[in-house]
Design a protein. Structure first.
Length: 134
């Protein structure tokens, strides 16, 4: 690559890197502000009985995510083996596969085995989400 091409690419790279850094900083501030205003907005959605709102080309709605976390020091892997879910366990267990199994049980109205319920915490978390119209 001739020196002039190298310099042009280097100038472009530095410009892009500086723009990326500014964008990263902006994104950090945006995420912080979203985290501050999301709880009161969720509360107002509930008080108003709203499921969604459309504004400026976006649909804002409440998305509920299910989470499965361990809650005790008892080895989750041992319990998974005890209740016949040893296939989820290697040297550890797959949290995403466990979440899928728990979600399947709950969706089908099946109770989580008590031994497993004692070592995990299942909860839902409401978050605002958006869809772009178009």
């Amino acid at each position: 690559i001739p020196d002039s091409d190298f310099r042009a690419l280097l100038v472009e790279y530095v410009d892009l890197e500086n723009r990326r850094r500014v964008a990263d900083d902006d994104l950090t501030e945006i995420k912080k502000r979203v985290a501050e205003i999301e709880p009161p907005l969720l509360e107002q959605f509930g008080l108003l009985g709203m499921e969604r709102a459309r504004l400026n080309g976006l649909t804002v709605y409440i998305r509920t995510d299910r989470h499965v976390n361990k809650v005790s020091d008892k080895d989750v892997c041992d319990v998974l083996r005890e209740i016949g879910l040893g296939q989820l366990v290697a040297d550890g267990y797959s949290s995403s596969t466990l979440k899928s199994q728990v979600t399947e049980w709950l969706d089908e109205g099946v109770e989580i085995p008590p031994q497993l319920a004692a070592v995990i915490r299942v909860f839902t978390q409401a978050k605002l989400a958006t869809l772009k119209r178009g």
